[in-house]
Design a protein around this ligand. Structure first.
Ligand SMILES: Cc1cc2nc3c(=O)[nH]c(=O)nc-3n(C[C@H](O)[C@H](O)[C@H](O)COP(=O)(O)O)c2cc1C
Length: 205
């Protein structure tokens, strides 16, 4: 497994009936004002992005770990695909409710933001590409950020352009476990679903 550590994003998108879907993901990076997202092609989020071309990337801070974990084994897809059923996933239409998170209207796209997140990136899809070996079932989605919202407290004093890295405490997904500030924060349903062995605690020196 090559999940060495990436930030957790709660991605909101619009379902066919106009309701909101919300899903945790962490195969994400940004260059300039573009982002690249690695998503399972069967996920409701992927289907929504292909159909509507819009999403919000709500960046999760370490304090949201319990809410993220509540979403871990849920899908907005009404017919849960076999590979997810085997890991213990179930369908959930109300992901905001299931997570205990609050929808907040966006400025430029239809899917709502997550009020509890301190950073929201409203985005539109540039292109979708197949990713990995043939049959991997993963797509790489190239998105353009069209509006950035950052909580004022995260900005460097006297700046409206630069986030102070000391003030931003991202939730990190590392080998399917939750980390913040270099520490394991919370048990992970995702790691359980994938059958990752629990490791022995590291002795404090
Ligand atoms: C912390 C975390 C990170 C995840 N990262 C990804 C990811 O990068 N790509 C992906 O396809 N699924 C990822 N997942 C799994 C999705 O959340 C899962 O496929 C979910 O069912 C998608 O929801 P949807 O079908 O409603 O879109 C992650 C799950 C968790 C809990």
């Amino acid at each position: 497994m090559l999940y060495f550590g990436t930030p957790v994003v709660l991605i909101s998108s619009s379902n066919e009936d106009g309701s909101a879907n919300l899903a945790p993901m962490s195969s994400a990076f940004w260059v300039g004002s573009s982002g690249m997202l690695g998503l399972d092609e069967t996920s409701q989020t992927t289907l929504n992005l292909a159909r509507t071309g819009e999403c919000v990337l709500n960046l999760a801070h370490a304090g949201l770990v319990a809410a993220v974990d509540r979403l871990a084994l849920l899908t907005g897809t009404p017919t849960v695909p076999d590979h997810k059923l085997r890991k213990g996933y179930r369908h959930e239409a109300d992901k905001f409710g299931a997570a205990g998170l609050t929808p907040l209207p966006s400025d430029k796209v239809a899917p709502p933001r997550v009020a509890e997140c301190l950073v929201h990136l409203e985005a539109v899809v540039n292109r979708m590409h197949p990713f990995g070996e043939p049959g991997s079932g993963v797509v790489a989605i190239d998105v353009q950020v069209v509006r950035v919202h950052v909580e004022q407290d995260l900005l460097m004093t006297g700046s409206n352009r630069y986030v102070d890295p000391d003030r931003w405490d991202p939730l990190i997904m590392k080998f399917l476990e939750f980390y913040g500030g270099g520490r394991n924060l919370h048990p992970s349903r995702l790691a359980q679903g994938w059958g990752v062995p629990r490791r022995a605690p590291v002795a404090e020196s």
